[in-house]
Ligand binder design. Structure first.
Ligand code: SF4
Length: 371
């Protein structure tokens, strides 16, 4: 536990997306969205499985057409990850998706049209006991709100959200979460801060259309840190113009750094210099790839020489400190007799990390059984 960690989460109501709890102190869930054609059932299922491998909690799937709804029905049967059907405008697709097993709908009630249609969707969601996500986005604000505020300023985003919320309130439906997203970090943060004071429902956070892997990761990290450190955020999605798998990895990395949720390996690696005794960059990159499937949390330090290596290794679950031809190995901060050959450093470290992961898992099971 980091003694400098001061994050106190905002109190919110609890909803469930499938078996995933959201709000009221539930672990902050990590979401992503498929970017395959939903009608391409095989590739969509493959992508959901890939996302599952890196720890996704909930996956959103677009349902833009009748054919996509039929595909959604099949996809839903072939996965146990909770699925959110993403619907815009067409209430019939919303109803179909619920009937086909959606665990949540992402739909903005105000965009559906006549009150009768909204009523039908909400009744169906109520009957099937599934929640709704209201998702307001700076790129798709209602024209009258945009006209009033001239641009998608934070107050405009919140006004739009409240308008959708009022539709649900008028139908006595409170099983929903809300997102107000903007591609501008400051607007997104401000909008969420305003919203968080007006509702008790869970808030889904993210910086929308944040850009490429590098740029989007930077923007998302800053925005999400600002929100989480203010206690705002019950579930998140990192929106990247990149493989959705990267969204999940970045999401977990942010939560890990903030000490909120731990999954997988936290690599500590030096920036390298001429003192390095093995190729640190290549070793870390290779291990990150090979160990994507490890969900046990542990700190692993990979440091090119003794300058910082010993200090970091002493604070890590596993640590390696570069030496001439062979490198020093540390386990739980204690120097081990056996050294690692620099030639086989990737293979050997992979083996040690996997072994340590199994040990940690076994201890957790024993502790659980002893409670
Ligand atoms: Fe260079 Fe050693 Fe520092 Fe790494 S730990 S950057 S190899 S001095």
């Amino acid at each position: 536990m980091n003694k400098y960690k001061t994050i106190k989460r905002r109190k919110s109501d609890r909803i469930y997306v499938g078996n995933v709890p959201i709000g009221n102190n539930a672990p902050i869930s990590v979401q992503s969205m498929t970017n395959t054609k939903t009608t391409d059932i095989e590739n969509t299922i493959n992508q959901i499985n890939q996302l599952k491998k890196v720890g996704v909690d909930i996956v959103r799937v677009s349902v833009p057409t009748e054919e996509a709804a039929e595909a959604f029905k099949i996809i839903k049967k072939k996965t146990n990850i909770p699925l959110i059907a993403d619907i815009h405008f067409d209430y019939r697709l919303a109803i179909k998706s619920i009937k086909y097993g959606a665990d949540c709908l992402r739909i903005n009630p105000g965009n559906i049209g006549k009150k009768r249609k909204i009523n039908e969707v909400v009744s169906c969601a109520k009957y099937n006991n599934i929640p709704i996500r209201i998702g307001v986005n700076s790129g798709s604000l209602e024209s009258d709100i945009l006209h009033k505020y001239k641009s998608p300023v934070p107050k405009a985003l919140v006004e739009s959200a409240i308008r959708h919320i009022e539709y649900l309130d008028s139908l006595n439906f409170n099983q929903f979460k809300v997102s107000v997203k903007a591609s501008d970090v400051f607007s997104a943060v401000k909008a969420n801060k305003i919203l968080s004071k007006k509702i008790t429902q869970p808030i889904h956070i993210g910086i929308t259309e944040s850009g490429s892997l590098r740029n989007g990761t930077v923007k998302s990290s800053i925005g999400i840190y600002s929100l989480l450190s203010s206690g705002i955020g019950d579930t998140l999605r990192i929106s990247l113009a990149a493989d959705p798998i990267e969204e999940v990895k970045v999401g977990y990395d942010i939560l890990k750094v903030l000490g909120i949720r731990f999954r997988g390996i936290n690599f500590i690696a030096c920036p390298t210099c001429s003192r390095q005794e093995f190729d640190v960059i290549q070793v870390v990159e290779e291990l990150e790839k090979r160990l994507e499937d490890i969900d046990t949390f542990m700190n692993v330090s990979i440091i090119g020489c003794v300058v910082n290596g010993i200090g970091e290794a002493k604070m890590s679950t596993l640590g390696v400190t570069g030496g001439y031809k062979t490198s020093g190995l540390y386990k739980d901060g204690i120097r081990q007799k056996n050294k690692i050959s620099n030639k086989n450093i990737v293979e050997e470290l992979e083996m040690y990390i996997r072994k340590k992961s199994s040990e940690i898992k076994k201890i957790k099971i024993i502790n659980k059984n002893n409670i």
